[in-house]
Design a protein around this ligand. Structure first.
Ligand SMILES: Nc1ncnc2c1ncn2[C@@H]1O[C@H](COP(=O)(O)OP(=O)(O)OP(=O)(O)O)[C@@H](O)[C@H]1O
Length: 239
C-alpha cells in the first residue's frame, strides 16, 4: 500500500522551475533514497511533502488523504516528520527539553504524556547520557542525532531525512546508519536525501534520481547507479 503519492507536482521560484512534474509513490514501510546534483531540487521536494513550501500544481496524498494544501503543522500531526539539512536546535535548552518541545508541539499532547516516549527516543538515538546537556554544547554527530531524535519525537509514520550523514567520520556515519536501520526496522517509512552514497545504499531499497527538478530515475539502487544517464548526470562521468 502506498503511504505517499505525488502526482505531477511542480514548483517554480520566479523563472526557475525547481520541481518539474514530479510523480512517484512510496510504499508503506519502504526506505527510498533521493540523490541528485547540488541544486537539483531535493530539499524543495521535501519542503513540498512537509508543507513548508506549497506546490504550484499537482497533488500530494498521504495515507490516501489529499494534503496538497494542508499546513506543515497539520502534516506533522498526521505523521509526516522530518530532519533539516542544517540542524537548528534550541541551543540553550537541554537535549531532553528540545525533545519535549518537538513532542508536545508535533503531537499536540501535554508534557506529562510525552515524557516517557522522549526518554525512550533518547535511548534509541544514543543521546540518553547527554539528556541534560544544552544542545549548543553537542558535537556534530550528537547534533545530527538530536535532529533525528526531534523528528522521531513527533512520532512520524513517514520520516524524511535531509543529508543527515554529511560531515561525519566513517565511524560516526556507521553508528548513525545503525540507528536509522533500527528506526526503519520498527516500521517507519523513510525517504532519505543523501550525498554519502554508501550510507544511503546500505539502508534504502529504492533510489530516486532528481536532475533539474525532474525525476530521471527510480528503482533498484544498483541498477540506478549503473545506468548511463545517472553516471553522466550525477557522477559527472562521460560515457
Ligand atoms: N525559497 C526559495 N526561493 C528561491 N529559490 C529557491 C528557494 N529554495 C530553493 N531555491 C532554489 O531552488 C534550487 C533547488 O534548491 P534545493 O535546495 O531544493 O536543491 P538541493 O537539490 O536540495 O541542493 P543541495 O544538494 O545543494 O542541498 C536552487 O537553485 C535554490 O537556490
Amino acid at each position: 500500500m502506498s503511504i505517499l503519492s505525488l502526482k505531477s507536482v511542480s514548483k517554480s521560484f520566479g523563472a526557475l522551475t525547481v520541481t518539474d512534474d514530479a510523480s512517484f509513490d512510496v510504499l508503506q514501510g519502504q526506505a527510498l533514497g533521493i540523490i541528485g546534483p547540488n541544486g537539483a531540487g531535493k530539499s524543495t521536494l521535501f519542503n513540498l511533502i512537509t508543507g513548508n513550501v506549497r506546490a504550484d500544481g499537482g497533488s500530494i496524498h498521504f495515507e490516501g488523504r489529499d494534503v496538497t494544501r494542508a499546513s506543515a503543522m497539520e502534516r506533522c500531526l498526521i505523521g509526516i516528520g522530518r530532519s533539516f539539512q542544517i540542524p537548528q536546535p534550541f541551543e540553550k535548552l537541554t537535549v531532553y527539553e528540545n525533545l519535549l518541545v518537538a513532542a508536545t508541539h508535533g503531537r499536540n499532547l501535554s508534557e506529562a504524556i510525552v515524557r516517557d516516549d522522549c526518554a525512550d527516543i533518547l535511548e534509541r538515538t544514543e543521546l540518553i547520557r547527554r539528556a541534560n546537556v544544552p544542545a549548543g554544547r553537542l558535537s556534530l554527530l550528537e547534533r545530527k542525532r538530536l535532529e533525528l531524535a526531534r523528528a522521531m519525537a513527533t512520532q512520524p509514520k513517514l520520516l524524511l531525512l535531509d543529508e543527515i550523514a554529511g560531515g561525519l567520520t566513517e565511524g560516526e556515519c556507521q553508528a548513525l546508519i545503525r540507528t536509522i536501520k533500527d528506526i526503519h526496522a520498527r516500521g517507519v517509512t523513510i525517504i532519505w536525501i543523501e550525498h554519502v552514497l554508501h550510507a544511503l545504499t546500505s539502508v534504502v531499497e529504492r533510489l530516486l534520481v532528481l536532475d533539474f527538478g525532474k525525476v530521471i530515475g527510480l528503482g533498484d539502487p544498483e541498477e540506478i547507479m549503473a545506468s548511463r544517464e545517472v553516471q553522466e548526470i550525477y557522477l559527472g562521468i562521460e560515457v
